[in-house]
Structure formats: C-alpha cells, structure tokens
Design a protein around this ligand. Structure first.
Ligand code: SF4
Length: 281
C-alpha cells in the first residue's frame, strides 16, 4: 500500500513534529494510511493507481528524450497529464467527503485565494510543461511572464536576506523554510492570480491542489490577527505518484528549479526561448 499522508499544520507552531522534510512546512499532526479504514484505503489506492497508470503512459511515449532540441512533444502528453490530474482531483474530493463525515470539514470556498501567496515548491518538470502549455493557451503569456519575473525578484531578495544570516544559525533546510515563510508573509500573490481566481486553474501543479483549511478561510491571510490559530491541512499524494512524475522527468532529461516561478522562468527562457511547444500526434 502506497503511503498517503493527511497532514495538519498551524503556522508558528513548531511543536510535536512527527515529520519534517527539506523545503516543506512543519506539521503538527501526520495521519498515515495505517490510521484509515480499509475501504477508504482501497478506494484512495485505486484512484492513485489510476493516476500512476496515466503518468506511466506519458513516461513511455516516444520523443521525450530529444524534446529540448526539437521543442516538440507528443500530444498524448497533454491528454494523459490532464487525465492524471482529473483523477487526482477526484481522489481529493472523495477523501474530503470521507473527512467531512468524520467531522473534519474543509472550509475553503471558491474565490478564496489566501494560500496563493505561498510560493509553490516541489514542482516537477512535467507539471511545469503543463503550466507552460496553459500560459500559452491563455493568450496572455507576456503578461504572465512579466509577473513571474517580479515574483522571482521578490523571492531572490528574500533568499539574499536569509543567506546573510550568521553561519550555523540555520541549515539549508531551515533557510528554505525561512525563505518560504518570509515570502508568504509579504503577501505577494501568485503571478497567475487575478480577481482572486487562478487564471491557470486547470493547469496548476499538484502543490496547488492539496491545501485546505479547517478554520475560517480569512485566518489563512498572514496579516489576519487570528493567523497564528489557523488550522490547515494538506492531502499529499502517495510516494509512488511522485516517483512516476520523477520517471517522466528523467525521460525528459530536464531538471529545472523546483519553485514554480523559478522553474517556469527557466523553462521559458533557457529551454523554450519563449516559443510554444509543438504538439505532434
Ligand atoms: S498557480 Fe493558481 S492555484 Fe497555484 S498559487 Fe498560482 S494562482 Fe494559486
């Protein structure tokens, strides 16, 4: 059984850590698959197997290895990636329904975008390609690109400040977490957000699909006076889903920054030179 984690976290509470991974926030509670009823586990596992199935279909497509030269990918890439994300979303809805019946109800509502001032991290190359595809389909690629540049400047400024800390005061992992927290507190909203709506919603990465709040949504705003008491949770996919994404990344032979903005800029400038990807049947 692949390990699926339900992680509860509160900002500013650094106690009782059961899990700590580089670049990821600290969690107060981690409920692993072992704590869930068998039938729920089986259903979630069936969803995840389907996600992995679609991702494997992509990994074995012809033409991935030379795509950075040809700027061309098989159109099935988009088809299967879209299906994998749809199934992942279905699994999240199923699991949220289960949690609701247990008295744990997510309070997120459409139009709430407080979590969109986090910098999404841990983004893989296939997710960036899907997002890049969405940026071009939007018809306003130049505007999105300009906003990404602004976000990257802000991110680098914070990174610079954090790297000026005395040696030994923080580890690399701690520095990454500090940078993420500082970025969040500046309330610099995502380059793809407009009128509190994600303009690339169908193309957003998995990191943007897994956050939920149990407390009142405005508390997620870092400047809200109750922010320290906000209770949020992540529904993180199993490790095999990440392994399948990495497998595609290996076949694509491209690894760029895993921050959403840094990765999309590298892809746009260094790899695609602003061109659209050509899709062949
Ligand atoms: S990509 Fe969309 S969902 Fe993700 S942070 Fe940006 S606006 Fe929010």
């Amino acid at each position: 059984m692949d390990n699926i984690k339900f992680q509860l976290f509160r900002p500013g509470h650094d106690m009782n850590l059961l899990e700590k991974q580089p670049g990821k926030p600290s969690y107060d509670v981690v409920i692993e698959t072992a704590d869930l009823p068998e039938q729920v586990l089986q259903t979630v596992q069936a969803y995840q197997n389907k996600v992995i199935h679609y991702l494997h279909q992509i990994a074995w497509l012809d033409g991935l290895a030379r795509w950075t030269i040809t700027k061309t990918l098989p159109s099935q890439f988009i088809k299967y990636f879209g299906k994998a994300l749809d199934v992942y979303d279905e699994s999240v809805h199923y699991f949220l329904g289960y949690l609701r019946r247990q008295g744990i109800a997510a309070r997120c509502t459409p139009g709430c975008a407080h979590c969109c001032c986090h910098m999404p991290v841990g983004i893989t190359t296939p997710e960036l390609i899907y997002l890049y595809y969405g940026m071009h389909r939007s018809g306003i690629f130049p505007r999105f690109f300009r906003r990404c540049m602004e976000a990257e400047e802000e991110w680098r400024e914070i990174l610079q400040q954090c790297s000026c800390l005395p040696p030994g005061e923080t580890t690399n992992e701690g520095m990454r977490e500090r940078t993420l927290n500082s970025y969040h507190c500046r309330e610099h909203f995502c380059p793809f957000l407009q009128n509190n709506l994600c303009q690339l919603y169908p193309y957003r990465p998995i990191a943007c699909r897994m956050h939920f709040s149990l407390s009142s949504p405005p508390w997620c705003n870092p400047s809200h006076f109750q922010h320290q008491h906000a209770v949020r949770f992540n529904l993180e996919p199993g490790e095999n889903v990440f392994a399948a994404l990495e497998q595609i990344e290996n076949h694509l032979q491209l690894k760029v920054s895993d921050t959403m903005v840094g990765g999309i800029l590298e892809l746009s400038v260094n790899v695609m030179r602003f061109e659209e990807i050509s899709w062949i049947n």
